[in-house]
Ligand binder design. Structure first.
Ligand SMILES: CCCCC/C=C\C/C=C\C/C=C\CC/C=C/C(=O)SCCNC(=O)CCNC(=O)[C@H](O)C(C)(C)COP(=O)(O)OP(=O)(O)OC[C@H]1O[C@@H](n2cnc3c(N)ncnc32)[C@H](O)[C@@H]1OP(=O)(O)O
Ligand SMILES: Cc1cc2nc3c(=O)[nH]c(=O)nc-3n(C[C@H](O)[C@H](O)[C@H](O)COP(=O)(O)OP(=O)(O)OC[C@H]3O[C@@H](n4cnc5c(N)ncnc54)[C@H](O)[C@@H]3O)c2cc1C
Length: 669
């Protein structure tokens, strides 16, 4: 254990902050009452002996990691029920503190399996399945991706063929590429799954539909006949999760196991047309809508670690013989870390918007109004892709900004990175998601040409492109937002013009689209970027907090916007929207903002309010006693349990002896 109170540099950082970090914490968690409740729940979990005694994940092999994750998450599941915690966000706080570095082997049961039953099953199906799910008799997952197809859902090869005589579906993965591959917790943990399969009835394929499949016996946990299951092996991260494979050999399930709230197959095999298309993609939309907040949280943890450590770490004397500087005082270090910090706040704000929008829109869908589905799809796909790309890149910057110690699991950042980066792939590969956004934007652009009204968040397209920036020496939020709107409008128009020109010269619309997917992704990215910037400004402006806190928050918001312009400068100046003088104002503003944020950097990460027990980082400790903690971490390495390892006698000694014998003068003769 590290001792010695709070590191003097870190203590000074907290004293010099110009605002009270607690105010920002209250804003982030939606009020002081909610903060108190969060801390109470987190403390309950942190003090629980089952969680306290669990070994550190980094020193365990994969089987031990899996068992630890299972033990912790099942204990948390039971405790959450005993404590009567029902609010999803409160469950999240408890679980996060209970198992901060263990991905849940029952995570998909809770985040996809149960919500899909709630949203896509009939009342009768819900009555049958939900009680079993809540008591964990049924533990399920979401089995969609196959060996051969993940992105192109319509190309999935698993079939569900209806047999009207037996009133059953026959589930089959007819070739190697059809086997389910990747679904989380499918390999060993779950005993049920939702299978996405091509529905075939009366000889006709009706496309992808959802079916409930029992995969293992509910007592013995053995796989059921006709089903081969297993873990897919170790991965880049998510070590403690059994992502699985599954082969189905003509497995029969009752007709009632098709999810029939929207889509139906009658007893005689008649397919009943659904009220709306793509309704069975809604489970993916739920997770996509939640990912922006989740990834913002991952990045906020990396920022806490890197910024606290940079305040404690001293390296190189600035003037000969003088004191070595805190590395956080180097402008280059600030340029790495403060944009990352601003990005994490930007994504937390975007995630807040996104999840609220999801709840609002799905409430309308539940009432049969599907009008806003395309907007929900476009925004959730776009923000999911944009936020995961931006945040994972920034997490890696945080890691490298910690120098050598950032490479050690003692820092906590490598684990954050490997668990965050698959967010770029799962729930829709990011480029593919951006192309879905582009498809939506092109539609909106066409509607605009036809004089139709546009939804509010694409109103920016209606503004004239024939303008110049209003940017002055005092870089104003309004001018920054307008610059982002201009860039997004110009890029969608450029892509549309390029496609139209190709069509006019004889290409098919599909060919023209495919030859312009790169500019289309530029346009989609610019749209998402603009959305995040605008939303960030709006949320800061509306935030109820004292003037000093708001000023500190606003500085971050401006930095996010200014840094984005500099990073993508070409796209802002290509048509002369910003002139040379204005670019200089923006560059100066960036440096001024770094200096303005500097005294508040530690308070801005303290505001995220992560206890040490959740961070589990030697570098990110609240007390800054990083060197003692690193030494303790090294001492606890299992390699240090024995002074001399057996492998020394097994491998080093024999080779030494052989080499010694070979090099004897006699042996050389
Ligand atoms: C309760 C809180 C939850 C907390 C949990 C928080 C975070 C999660 C934590 C950790 C995560 C842990 C584990 C991760 C688990 C991962 C699970 C998975 O990965 S599941 C598998 C995910 N797979 C995908 O996402 C596949 C991606 N592919 C697709 O979505 C589609 O194939 C694609 C690319 C959209 C194309 O679909 P297709 O049917 O071919 O459509 P078209 O391109 O032809 O377009 C036709 C029209 O349909 C519209 N469309 C498409 N999708 C949707 C949708 N979802 N909603 C509404 N509309 C949609 C599309 O825009 C077209 O419309 P128009 O014709 O242009 O009008
Ligand atoms: C940690 C993790 C957990 C997962 N959990 C689950 C789960 O629980 N359930 C489940 O069903 N699946 C799960 N998956 C699978 C995941 O959803 C898929 O891997 C994902 O949807 C991407 O599909 P893919 O692997 O087929 O990628 P591919 O589509 O093969 O992507 C490969 C490349 O091709 C490009 N590409 C593909 N199509 C197009 C296109 N139309 N236009 C342009 N470029 C294209 C992509 O951009 C990418 O660069 C998980 C994956 C991971 C990594």
């Amino acid at each position: 254990m590290a001792t010695g109170g709070v590191n003097a540099d870190l203590a000074k950082e907290r004293e010099r902050a110009t605002f009270d970090s607690e105010q920002l914490t209250n804003f982030l968690y939606r009020g002081p009452e909610k903060v108190r409740r969060k801390r109470y729940l987190q403390n309950l979990a942190i003090q629980d002996p089952v969680f306290k005694k669990a070994p550190l994940w980094a020193f365990l092999n994969r089987e031990q990691q899996y068992a630890t994750a299972l033990k912790k998450h099942l204990h948390a599941y039971r405790r959450i029920q005993e404590l009567g915690i029902t609010e999803p966000v409160e469950k999240f706080y408890y679980r996060e503190a209970a198992a901060p570095h263990e991905n849940s082997p029952i995570g998909l049961h809770e985040s996809m399996f149960i919500p899909t039953i709630e949203k896509q099953a009939t009342e009768e199906q819900k009555r049958k399945w939900l009680p079993l799910c809540h008591s964990l008799k049924m533990i399920g997952t979401y089995a969609q991706t196959e060996l051969g197809h993940g992105t192109f859902i319509r190309g999935l090869e698993t079939t569900a063929t209806y047999d009207p005589v037996a009133k059953e579906f026959i589930l089959s993965t007819p070739k190697l590429t059809a086997m389910k591959y990747w679904p989380g917790n499918l390999g060993k943990t779950t005993n049920h799954c939702l299978v996405m399969a091509q529905l075939i009835t009366k000889g006709k394929n009706h496309g992808i539909h959802m079916f409930m499949l029992q995969t293992r016996d509910m007592e013995t946990h053995q796989p059921l006949p006709g089903i081969e299951l297993g873990d897919i092996g170790p991965k880049f991260g998510f070590f403690d999760n059994d992502n699985g494979y599954m082969i189905l050999k003509d497995v029969r399930i009752p007709r009632e196991n098709m999810f029939m709230r929207y889509y139906k197959v009658l007893e005689d095999g008649t397919y009943v047309t659904p009220p709306g298309d793509r309704l069975n993609y809604l489970s993916m939309v739920l997770l996509r809508s939640a990912i922006t907040s989740m990834i913002g949280q991952h990045l906020s943890q990396a920022c806490i670690i890197a910024i606290r450590y940079s305040a404690v770490r001293r390296q190189t004397e600035i003037s000969p013989g003088g004191e070595e500087a805190q590395v956080l005082d180097y402008q280059t270090q600030q340029y790495k870390l403060f944009p990352a910090l601003a990005t994490s706040y930007a994504m937390l704000m975007a995630g807040r918007f996104m999840y609220d929008f999801y709840l609002k829109t799905t409430a309308q869908i539940e009432k049969g109004d599907l009008g806003t589905m395309p907007q929900l799809h476009a925004l959730s796909a776009g923000l999911k892709a944009f936020s995961t790309w931006e945040c994972t890149a920034a997490i890696e910057v945080c890691r490298m900004s910690c120098g050598g110690h950032g490479y050690s699991h003692a820092s906590g950042i490598p684990k954050i990175y490997v668990d965050a980066t698959p967010g770029c792939t799962y729930e829709g590969e990011n480029t593919v998601m951006m192309l879905q956004v582009a498809r939506f934007l092109m539609k909106m652009y066409t509607n605009l040409q036809k004089g139709q009204e546009l939804p509010s968040f694409v109103q920016y397209m209606t503004k004239s492109l024939d303008t110049k920036s209003c940017m002055k020496e005092e870089v104003a939020p309004k001018c920054l937002v307008m610059a982002y709107e201009h860039r997004a409008s110009r890029l969608i128009k450029a892509a549309a013009d390029a496609i139209q020109a190709m069509v006019m010269s004889g290409s098919s619309p599909q060919e023209a689209w495919n030859k312009n997917t790169v500019p289309l992704t530029w346009a989609a990215l610019a749209f998402c970027h603009m959305f995040v910037v605008k939303n960030f400004f709006e949320m800061v402006e509306d935030a109820k907090m004292d003037g000093q806190t708001k000023a500190a928050f606003m500085a971050l918001c401006k930095l996010y916007a200014v840094n984005g312009v500099i990073t993508h400068l070409g796209e802002f100046i290509q048509d002369g929207y910003l002139n040379n003088q204005q670019v200089q104002y923006i560059q100066k503003s960036l440096l001024d903002l770094l200096a303005e944020i500097r005294p508040n950097a530690v308070a801005l990460v303290d505001a995220f309010d992560y206890p040490d027990a959740i961070l589990q980082s030697c570098l990110g400790r609240y007390d800054g006693q990083v060197y003692q903690a690193l030494y303790d971490f090294a001492k606890s390495s299992p390699l240090n349990e024995k002074e001399v390892l057996d492998s020394f006698f097994d491998y080093v000694k024999p080779v030494q002896q052989e080499l010694e014998a070979m090099n004897q003068p006699m042996a050389r003769l």
